[in-house]
Ligand binder design. Structure first.
Ligand SMILES: [Zn+2]
Length: 219
């Protein structure tokens, strides 16, 4: 790739936008009101806006290796907090993809240095669903199912946060689990039954959402 070409592409893009709407960038500079928070993989083949057919300003985006939502990751937690509390997004999407290198790397025993603790989160997903996954003989199908289960577990991590629970209760914020199929280009809604999932886990993760002054201080 010619890096210089990128700046020429940018000039062409600016001109194309201005040809259609001369106020395009002045409107864009006024602020953002995206409806969607999209959490996806850093994989260069899985773009966010392009595969959803949406324009700049329509999605708040976070991408990392294997679309993870680790509970203690400051970057992911800050993005979720800002998207829900400040931008008031209506939907949170965790989008995985088949043939994800991050998920495949997590299934191998190679020592990958700083990636080890990150990929361990995916190994935890495997451990949680070991019986189902080990029952799948076909290795490709097993990887694909792990990609789906990883999306489901990351959606659960999203739901564990206080701001998401509050927004679900107050303004019906919804969480979605999707998978992008690199082989066909299709976006697949996993139609995760969150009501059923939540019934099982909310006993553990439900947070007391009353204001701090209403809560009894117990130290
Ligand atoms: Zn990936």
């Amino acid at each position: 790739m010619d890096i210089k070409r990128i700046f020429e592409n940018n000039q062409e893009w600016v001109q194309k936008k201005l040809d259609i709407d001369s106020n395009y960038f002045s409107d864009l500079s006024k602020g953002q009101t995206p409806d969607i928070l999209y959490i996806g993989c850093s994989d260069s083949r899985v773009t966010a806006e392009e595969l959803m057919g949406i324009a700049p300003g329509e999605a708040f985006v976070l991408r990392n290796i294997a679309n993870m939502v680790p509970n203690t990751d400051l970057s992911v937690m800050s993005v979720i907090n800002y998207a829900v509390e400040q931008l008031k997004v209506k939907h949170i999407v965790v989008c995985g993809h088949y043939y994800c290198g991050g998920v495949q790397a997590a299934m191998k025993s190679a020592d990958l240095g700083i990636l080890n603790p990150w990929l361990r989160n995916i190994r935890d997903v495997y451990r949680t669903h070991k019986d189902e996954l080990n029952a799948i003989d076909n290795e490709e199908q097993r990887y694909k199912r792990l990609v789906e289960l990883n999306v489901e577990e990351q959606c659960i991590n999203v739901i564990k946060t206080a701001e998401v629970q509050k927004a679900q209760r107050d303004r019906n914020l919804t969480v979605h689990g999707w998978v992008f199929d690199v082989h066909s280009g299709k976006l697949i809604d996993l139609n995760i039954d969150f009501i059923k999932l939540l019934e099982n886990i909310m006993e553990i993760y439900r947070l007391d959402l009353t204001e701090p002054e209403e809560q009894e201080l117990k130290v």
